[in-house]
Design a protein. Structure first.
Length: 288
């Protein structure tokens, strides 16, 4: 199994604990029930992040005290931060200003400390700015690991983007890095699961193959007797709260999350979070 898949698999295992720690930390700090969950993780590259680097974010830059040179980022989009800031401050927020960031600083630092608690680390220095995204120097590596984590609460629906370099991801997950993998560990294709130039012609042949896309509102389990008792007018309660993102699956594999919209007389889904193209190809390969 490629290194990036080992890291992602292990990251998926521990993200539940991380989300619980973030939820507890911020809820205790603000006095409101705020939940972190539904993490969607992928291995990506700098080029695939370029579209995100053209817009302003609330950028939280930090590192573990044990590795101050390995900078990590928490990103929250402008609209989502304003929604979160309203929950934290208890007052309407119409723009991201320095005063708003100052009022929210303690709560934001609490999120970082929640991550450190979950990963048995001590936090180093924390910088918080509203700016166009610029990646730190340690992100100039073959792979960048990204987790999109939903933030939900009463009248709150936002997303936290967590970016870390490959060394940090392997350290957190405990995955050992061999000295070489199929040649050199610095090969971006090996880390990010991307196609090399020699693969491009083969991939082009596959591009017109139709795939089944489904949108899953939620799931639940019921005993046989309850299923038999279902009838017209019965209400089936699913495992998602109103307003939570719906899952978008391709050939049964989760590749994105979105929100339901109405287009004239039809329903549609606006994508809010999505795996990188390379990661989508990897998941489809696993489903084949």
């Amino acid at each position: 199994m490629p290194i990036h898949q080992q890291v992602l698999s292990k990251l998926t295992e521990i993200e539940g604990t991380i989300c619980q720690s973030l939820s507890t930390a911020l809820s205790d700090s603000t006095g409101h029930t705020i939940t972190f969950g539904n993490p969607l993780s992928s291995a990506t590259t700098i080029s695939e992040l370029e579209s995100d680097m053209n817009q302003p974010w609330l950028v939280v830059q930090f590192a573990f005290a044990s590795s101050p040179e390995r900078t990590q980022l928490f990103l929250i989009s402008q609209d989502h931060f304003m929604s979160l800031a309203e929950k934290i401050t208890g007052t309407p927020v119409t723009a991201v200003e320095d005063t708003v960031i100052t009022e929210c600083r303690s709560a934001i630092e609490t999120i970082v400390k929640g991550l450190c608690t979950a990963t048995s680390q001590e936090p180093g220095e924390i910088a918080i700015n509203f700016q166009i995204l610029s990646l730190p120097a340690n992100f100039g590596e073959p792979a960048i690991f990204r987790s999109n984590i939903a933030i939900t609460g009463e009248e709150l629906s936002a997303t936290l983007v967590w970016l870390m370099d490959a060394e940090t991801a392997t350290s957190i997950t405990g995955v050992e890095i061999p000295s070489a993998e199929g040649g050199a560990i610095t090969d971006a294709g090996s880390w990010a699961g991307g196609a090399t130039r020699s693969d491009s012609n083969s991939l082009e042949i596959l591009m017109d193959i139709p795939l089944e896309i489904s949108v899953e509102l939620g799931r639940m389990k019921m005993p046989v007797r309850d299923v038999i008792d279902l009838g017209a007018g019965s209400i089936v309660e699913i495992d998602k709260a109103a307003g939570e993102p719906v899952d978008v699956l391709v050939n049964g594999r989760l590749v994105a999350k979105g929100e339901v919209v109405v287009i004239e007389d039809s329903f549609g889904v606006r994508i809010t979070e999505i795996l990188s193209p390379n990661e989508r190809l990897q998941r489809l390969s696993e489903a084949a």
